[in-house]
Design a binder for this molecule. Structure first.
Ligand code: F6R
Length: 607
C-alpha cells in the first residue's frame, strides 16, 4: 500500500504541493519517497530511501522545476527500500515517468520480454515494467494516451498509476484497477491521489476513479475513459465535507474499523504472491527434519491455525510456539536440520528476534513471513515472504492477521502439492476458494456489521467473556479473545472447547456470554456437546455459524451468520471478522479508544 499523488497546475510550482501531499499520504508507506516534474520537455526526478522529511533534508524536494508533477511514498513489496527501487521510475529514454501503487503479478514475464527487446531495467520493482511497456507502445507510433491504455491492458494484478510524459508537459495520465485513486478538481488545477487527505487542503471537489478507468488531467479539467475500449465516461465531481481528521481515516471514526474494512483488499494482495517465493519456502519446509512456527500475539494465533493447515493438507507436523518461550522450550534441541518460520507483522518484535538470533547461532534454517520489507526479520531470514498488507496503524492487528492466514494457507497447499499429499481436484478447489476469500470477506463485513453492533450494545457491560472453538477454530477463539481483551480490557478466556470440562467451566454461571466459533466441519458433533454443557450451566450462548445453519441456531441465544461454504482450513480468516467487529464496538461503547489501548504498543521491541 503505497501513496501516489499527481498535480497539474495552471501556474506555480508543483514540487512544494507534491511534498505536502506526500506527507499527508505517508501513513500509506514511508520507506522511500520520490517526485518527478516535467519542465521544458524534460523530466526531473528526486528520490531516495527514507522518510519524506529525511529525504527532503538532503535533496530539497521543493526545488524541482515546473507546474506538473507526480510523487510517491512507498511501502516496499517487490525490491527492498533503496534509492533505485524508489518511485518514480523512468523508461529507457528518460521521457516517461511513472508512480505506481499495487502489485503487478505478471511483471517477471513482462520484464523478460522487454529485456529481450533491449530495454534496460535499473530496479528490482514490479512497477518499472509499466514505464517500459508504455515506452514500447509509444515507439510503435501510438498517441500517448492510447500507448498508456494499451500498456495497461497487459498488466495483471492491481494498480493505481500516474504518468508524466516529457513530450506532453501539460498533462498527467492516471488510471486504476483495484488500488484506490481519486481526483481533486479546482478552477485552475487537477490532482490525483491514492486518498482524499492528499488534496483536501486544496479543494473539496472530488471524482472517484472507478476500476478500469483512465483519466487525462490538465490544469483546466479532466477527461475519463474506459481502459478496455477507450469509451468516454462522464462523472461530475462530488463535494467532500470531511474534516481533515476524518479524511485521514477515510471517513471511519477509528483506524481499527478502517483496517477491518480494508481486509478484502489486503487479502487480494495476499493472494498475489510470487510463485517462486512460495515454492522456495515450500522446498525448505519439505526438506527440514523438524519445522517450528514462531511468533507472538496475533501472529502466534496465525501460526496455531497454520499448524492445522500443514497437518491436514501437507501431512507435515509443524510446531507453533510462542516466541518468548521458544528458547527455553526448544533452544537446546535446535540444529542444522531444524527449519523455523518466524511470523511477525512488524518483523521487529523483540521476543521473535531473540528466538531468531538464537536459532541463527545454532545454524537452523530461518524463514520469515512479515509485512515490513527491510525489517530485521527480512534481513536475517534466509528467505521471506511479504504479506503485502500495507501499514497497519491501529494497535490491534486485524487485516494483517487475516492476510497472514491466507499466506500460510497458500504455503501449506504448496507444500501439499510438492509432497503429493492432495489430489489435483482438491488443489484446484482450494486454489479457487483462496481466490474467493476477498469476496467472502467483503460479503461478511457487509452482512454482519449491523448485527454485531446490536450484540455489542446488548453485551458491552458484561465483565467476563468466554471464546471457544474446536480444531482450527480454537485459534480463531484465541484471536477473538485477544481482540476483545486488548481494546476493551474485558477479562476473557479462550481455549479449545474440549478443554472446558477440565477446569474453565467452573467460572461459568447464569448469564456469562460464551462465544462459540462453529464453522461446519468435522468437529460439529463435539462442539454441539460443548454448547449443551455451557447451556446447562446458564451461560448465554452466542454462536458464529455458517449462513443457514438452522440446527445450531436453535441452540443459540444469539448468533451471527457468515457466508456458506468456506473450507475448514480457510475458515479462521472469515470467522474472525465478526469477532474483530465485536471487540471494536464493545470498546467504543465502553468509551475507549480502540486505536490506542492502554499499556500496548504496535511494535513490541522490548523483551
Ligand atoms: C494484537 C497484536 C499483538 C501483535 C504482537 C506481535 O492485536 O497486534 O499481539 O500481534 O505484538 O507483533 P508482530 O506480528 O509485529 O511480531
Amino acid at each position: 500500500m503505497c501513496g501516489i499523488f499527481g498535480c497539474v497546475l495552471r501556474e506555480g510550482k508543483a514540487a512544494p504541493l507534491l511534498h505536502e501531499a506526500l506527507k499527508r499520504l505517508e501513513y500509506r508507506g514511508y520507506d522511500s519517497v520520490g517526485e518527478a516534474t516535467v519542465y521544458n520537455n524534460k523530466i526531473y526526478v528526486k528520490k531516495d530511501a527514507g522518510k519524506i522529511e529525511e529525504v527532503h533534508a538532503i535533496e530539497n524536494l521543493d526545488d524541482l522545476p515546473g507546474s506538473v508533477g507526480i510523487g510517491h511514498t512507498r511501502w516496499a513489496t517487490h525490491g527492498g527500500p533503496s534509492k533505485v527501487n524508489a518511485h518514480p521510475h523512468l523508461d529507457c529514454t528518460g521521457k516517461i515517468a511513472i508512480v505506481h501503487n499495487g502489485i503487478i503479478e505478471n511483471f517477471m514475464e513482462l520484464k523478460d520480454e522487454l529485456i529481450d527487446e533491449g530495454h534496460v531495467f535499473v530496479s528490482k520493482t514490479d512497477s518499472e515494467v509499466i514505464a517500459h511497456l508504455i515506452e514500447k507502445e509509444v515507439k510503435s507510433g501510438l498517441p500517448f494516451v492510447e500507448a498508456v491504455r494499451n500498456a495497461l491492458k497487459r498488466l495483471e494484478g492491481s494498480y493505481a498509476i500516474a504518468v508524466l510524459y516529457a513530450e506532453q508537459p501539460d498533462m498527467i495520465i492516471c488510471a486504476r484497477k483495484e488500488s484506490p485513486l481519486v481526483l481533486g478538481i479546482k478552477e485552475d488545477a487537477c490532482f490525483c491521489a491514492s486518498d482524499i487527505p492528499a488534496f483536501l487542503h486544496l479543494t473539496r471537489k472530488s471524482v472517484v476513479l472507478e476500476n478500469g478507468e483512465i483519466a487525462i488531467l490538465r490544469s483546466d479539467g479532466y477527461e475519463l475513459r474506459r481502459i478496455s475500449d477507450g469509451a468516454e465516461v462522464h462523472r461530475e465531481p462530488e463535494w467532500i465535507d470531511w474534516t481533515p481528521e476524518m479524511a485521514e481515516k477515510q471517513g471511519y471514526p477509528h483506524y481499527m474499523l478502517k483496517e477491518i474494512h480494508e481486509q478484502p483488499q489486503a487479502m487480494r494482495n495476499a493472494v498475489r504472491l510470487q510463485e517462486q517465493y512460495l515454492d522456495l519456502m515450500a522446498t525448505f519446509l519439505d526438506r527440514a527434519q523438524e519445522v517450528f512456527l514462531v511468533a507472538a500475539g496475533t501472529s502466534y494465533h496465525a501460526c496455531l491455525a497454520a499448524s492445522y493447515m500443514f497437518s491436514k493438507l501437507a501431512m507435515r507436523t509443524v510446531h507453533p510456539v510462542i516466541a518468548s518461550e521458544f528458547i527455553e522450550e526448544y533452544g537446546k534441541a535446535l540444529n542444522i536440520d531444524t527449519t523455523i518460520l518466524f511470523v511477525s507483522q512488524s518483523g521487529e518484535t523483540a521476543d521473535t528476534l531473540e528466538a531468531l538470533e538464537y536459532a541463527r547461532n545454532r545454524a537452523s534454517t530461518l524463514l520469515g513471513l512479515t509485512n515490513v520489507i527491510g525489517s530485521t526479520l527480512t534481513r536475517v531470514a534466509r528467505a521471506y515472504i511479504c504479506q503485502q498488507s500495507g501499514p497497519e496503524i491501529g494497535v490491534a492487528a486485524t487485516k494483517t492477521f487475516t492476510s497472514q492466514l491466507l499466506v500460510l494457507a497458500q504455503l501449506a497447499l504448496r507444500l501439499a502439492k510438492k509432497r503429493g499429499k492432495v489430489s489435483q481436484s482438491e488443489i484446484d478447489y482450494l486454489e479457487e476458494e483462496i481466490r474467493k476469500m476477498p469476496s467472502y470477506a467483503e460479503e461478511v463485513i457487509a452482512r454482519v456489521e449491523d448485527k454485531v453492533r446490536e450484540l455489542a450494545q446488548k453485551y458491552y457491560k458484561k465483565n467476563l467473556f468466554l471464546f471457544l472453538g474446536r480444531g482450527i477454530s480454537s485459534a480463531t477463539a484465541l484471536e477473538g479473545r485477544l481482540k476483545l481483551m486488548e481494546i476493551s480490557y474485558k477479562p476473557s478466556l479462550a481455549f479449545p472447547a474440549g478443554e472446558s470440562k477440565h477446569g474453565p467451566i467452573s467460572v461459568v454461571e447464569e448469564g456469562v456470554p460464551v462465544i462459540f466459533i462453529c464453522p461446519r466441519d468435522e468437529t460439529r458433533k463435539e462442539i454441539k456437546g460443548n454448547i449443551m454443557e455451557m447451556k446447562a450451566r446458564g451461560a448465554t450462548i452466542i454462536l458464529i455459524i455458517e449462513e443457514g445453519d438452522e440446527e445450531l441456531k436453535s441452540l443459540a441465544d444469539d448468533y451471527i451468520e457468515v457466508v456458506k461454504g468456506v473450507p475448514e482450513i480457510l475458515s479462521p480468516a472469515i470467522y474472525v471478522i465478526p469477532l474483530q467487529l465485536f471487540a471494536y464496538y464493545v470498546a467504543v461503547l465502553n468509551g475507549l479508544d480502540p486505536d490506542k489501548p492502554r499499556n500496548l504498543a504496535k511494535s513490541v521491541t522490548v523483551k
